[in-house]
Design a protein around this ligand. Structure first.
Ligand code: NIG
Ligand code: FE
Length: 413
């Protein structure tokens, strides 16, 4: 199927140098092309050029962009969007003054979602998660990482990962799966945390690997959750089974999670609300992507990660939504980009690069996703005409996205 999009006001996010992520000063450059057409063939970007040069071109479908912009789809490298029900009761608790940690200590939080998930069938979980997949696709996301971690028993972790596999097989987005057995210590193991880590390493990880259900392994390495030593054990066990690490680190405290993630070649360390100079230094020159989740900082009223310091130090940062029922019940990547600009002083170019190419890098997908590049998968969206690229994060609630294309085909939003 050949799709021709013509009369594009500006193509945004072109990458011609083959870079798999952008670092430091490179992040502030967003390559654009005005007054353009773009052709996709068999789901991949085949060519683009100037409207002056279009002439006659054979295509199965022709779309007139009407002078709007074309952006590469967002690549959301950190979500927990397979979950049962919702947790707005805890939202009320938070309004009334409890913190995320206090709610977790009372047995709420992640354990609350685990109880609900246990009682929910695989079919129903899939149904609820696909609703969220349709929601994020309509908001411009074309690639997404999804974590387990609301199972906390071998059977329920496998149930979640099978739901993620089914989403991967049926949704038009690119999907990556992460095993997050060490998301919280289940009630049955309170006071026996080491034994739970044994279970994760010796039973859960091998079972996940046997069915090929996960690309990555994750650990919530933070105060009140899992220690640096436990995180290292789990990363080592995952690595033996071919799973790279993506770590929850430094959300609640300066946890040592960044350093241990770097030591084990984690693909990303995520959250980073609590970062100092040593954490930034540890990331310098490494393959590990520092990934920030400003939606969680916004929803929980926490301080934001020091994005400016990280970029100024030369790091290549990524942005993701953290879509989950407890700390970020939203998968809206446009909102994430706006928060990065408004609260973290990232430029629109930096924030868009962080939410596209660098997001793809943070889930090992940037060879095929994250930019407008000939040969990459044709995942992109069109906008209504806008005065500039900065208008998108600026007009942060205006519905600007007009059409979505995944694998070169229109998606009905
Ligand atoms: O990324 N921090 C740990 N996990 C999630 C929250 C999960 C939940 O509260 O359900 C996060 O914020
Ligand atoms: Fe998370």
């Amino acid at each position: 199927m050949r799709l021709l999009v013509k009369n594009i006001g500006t193509i945004v996010g072109i990458e011609t140098a083959g870079r798999l992520r952008l670092c430091g000063g490179e992040m502030d450059r967003l390559e654009t092309f005005d007054d353009a057409w773009l052709l996709s063939d068999d789901g991949r970007i085949a060519a683009f050029g100037s409207m002056d040069s279009l002439g006659e071109m054979a295509a199965d479908e022709v779309v007139d962009a009407g002078g709007g912009m074309l952006f590469p789809s967002f690549c959301d490298s950190h979500t927990h969007l397979v979950y049962a029900g919702s947790r707005e009761q805890e939202f009320l608790d938070k309004i009334n003054g409890l913190t995320y940690e206090q709610i977790a200590r009372r047995g709420g939080g992640i354990l609350n979602s685990a109880d609900l998930l246990h009682r929910t069938s695989e079919e129903e979980l899939y149904r609820q998660a696909m609703g969220r997949i349709r929601e994020i696709a309509a908001m411009g996301t074309g690639a997404v990482e999804i974590k387990s971690g609301y199972g906390l028993t071998t059977a329920d972790e496998l149930k979640m990962l099978r739901v993620i596999r089914r989403i991967r097989e049926t949704a038009p987005l690119a999907v990556r799966a992460t095993f997050l057995g060490a998301h919280a210590v289940p009630r049955a193991y309170v006071g026996r945390q080491e034994e739970y880590v044994d279970l994760v390493c010796n039973e859960m990880l091998p079972a996940v690997a046997a069915e090929g259900l996960a690309d990555f392994v994750d650990v919530f390495c933070d105060e009140g959750f899992f220690t640096v030593e436990q995180t290292a054990r789990i990363m080592k066990a995952g690595r033996k089974l071919g799973m790279r690490a993506k770590i929850h680190a430094n959300e609640l405290a300066v946890s040592g999670g960044v350093q241990v993630g770097v030591e084990y070649d984690a693909l990303s360390v995520d959250h980073l609300e609590r970062m100092g100079g040593p954490e930034i230094d540890a990331l310098h020159g490494t393959v590990t992507s520092p990934t920030m989740l400003p939606g969680a900082a916004f929803f929980l009223g926490m301080s934001y990660p020091p994005a400016r310091e990280m970029i100024n130090a030369g790091l290549g940062v990524a942005l993701a939504s953290d879509y989950n029922p407890g700390s970020s019940p939203s998968g809206n990547m446009r909102m994430v980009v706006s928060l990065a600009c408004i609260r973290m002083r990232m430029t629109p170019a930096e924030a868009i690069n962080a939410a596209t190419l660098n997001g793809a890098y943070a889930m090992g997908l940037s060879r095929d996703y994250g930019s407008v590049t000939v040969g990459k998968v044709a995942n992109f969206f069109l906008t209504v005409p806008m005065p500039s690229v900065a208008f998108m994060p600026y007009a942060y609630t205006t519905p600007l996205i007009s059409r979505i294309f995944l694998r070169g085909e229109g998606v009905v939003a």
